[in-house]
Design a protein around this ligand. Structure first.
Ligand SMILES: [Zn+2]
Length: 290
């Protein structure tokens, strides 16, 4: 069948299109985070760490399970690309596609950042979002994107023939190599699809193309997480700045981002414990050798 004839509609096209959608992963049986309890624990918390990520750079930070970390826009509109790993095993890392399949294309308060298979457990829960008011705009865009992968030098090379070394992928690679004292080649394999903090994106309604627009973030805006497990994080201050017109170059105006870590008072989460890894038996239909 050629392309043109494949576009001829069958007689029942309208009826086929009229079928109602169903949610792929209903969350009725998913245990919900106890946000009120997290917030009570946060009230008496004290700051244990603070770092500033310079524009077009990335830096690592650690957060113990049961603590909080806050990403803040401090000088001007700026998007941040976030990677999370299990601090004790960086083979366990943020699983962007399943997170958006569970919670949606953009995440906010009460949503979790899930880890990859076979671990698949909450790594972090969003407890505060000063941009939660934004919702979905007239273009279908929203904030805190779990869609995009991350800006990287390979795509720039493919599409524009450019060589640019301060894409988020490279920034995260350098930061992880420094933190783990390993080679760039080794670190690069652990850099993964990010949560685009503060980034405002969507899909065009006519062709479904991925788009970005100027982030509504302003100095003082923040996104705060509860660490469900011991975390190693890395945040890149994207070369796209507020992502209003370009990325993967030095064209955009960029600003630093701040990460703060807070520890609750002793005993504030006394009988709380980190979630276990997924308990699927991993036999995949085969008998497990005992
Ligand atoms: Zn970026």
């Amino acid at each position: 069948m050629d392309i043109e004839s494949s576009k001829i509609e069958p007689p029942d096209a309208a009826a086929r299109r009229a079928v109602r959608p169903v949610i792929v992963y209903p969350l009725d049986n998913l245990s919900q985070p106890d946000l009120r309890r997290y917030r009570r624990a946060r009230e008496g918390a004290h700051k244990t760490d603070e770092i500033v990520i310079e524009p077009r750079q990335a830096a690592c930070f650690e957060v113990e399970a049961g603590r909080f970390f806050r990403i803040t826009c401090i000088e001007g509109p700026q998007v941040g690309d976030l990677n999370l790993w299990n601090a004790h095993d960086i083979g366990e890392r943020f699983y962007s596609s399943k997170t958006r399949a569970l919670h949606g294309t953009h995440i906010t308060v009460g949503d979790r950042m899930w880890s990859n298979l076979p671990f698949m457990r909450p790594m972090a829960t969003i407890v505060e979002d000063s941009l939660a008011w934004y919702g979905k705009d007239e273009y279908g865009a929203s904030v805190h994107d779990a869609i995009g992968s991350r800006c990287d030098p390979y795509t720039g090379n493919l599409l524009r023939g450019t060589t640019y070394h301060h894409c988020c992928h490279s920034n995260l690679t350098r930061a992880l190599a420094r933190r783990k004292d390993c080679s760039l080649d080794e670190a690069e394999l652990h850099v993964h699809d990010v949560l685009n903090v503060f980034m405002c994106t969507g899909f065009t309604l006519d062709t479904g193309r991925y788009f970005m627009k100027a982030s509504p973030v302003r100095p003082g805006d923040y996104l705060e997480f509860f660490a469900e497990i011991d975390l190693l994080g890395a945040l890149s201050a994207c070369p796209g700045g507020d992502c209003s017109f370009d990325h993967s170059s030095d064209a955009a105006r960029c600003h630093p981002l701040q990460v703060e870590v807070f520890a609750p008072k002793e005993g504030a989460l006394a009988d709380w414990s980190p979630p276990s890894i997924n308990d699927y038996d991993r036999s995949h239909g085969c008998e497990i050798a005992k």
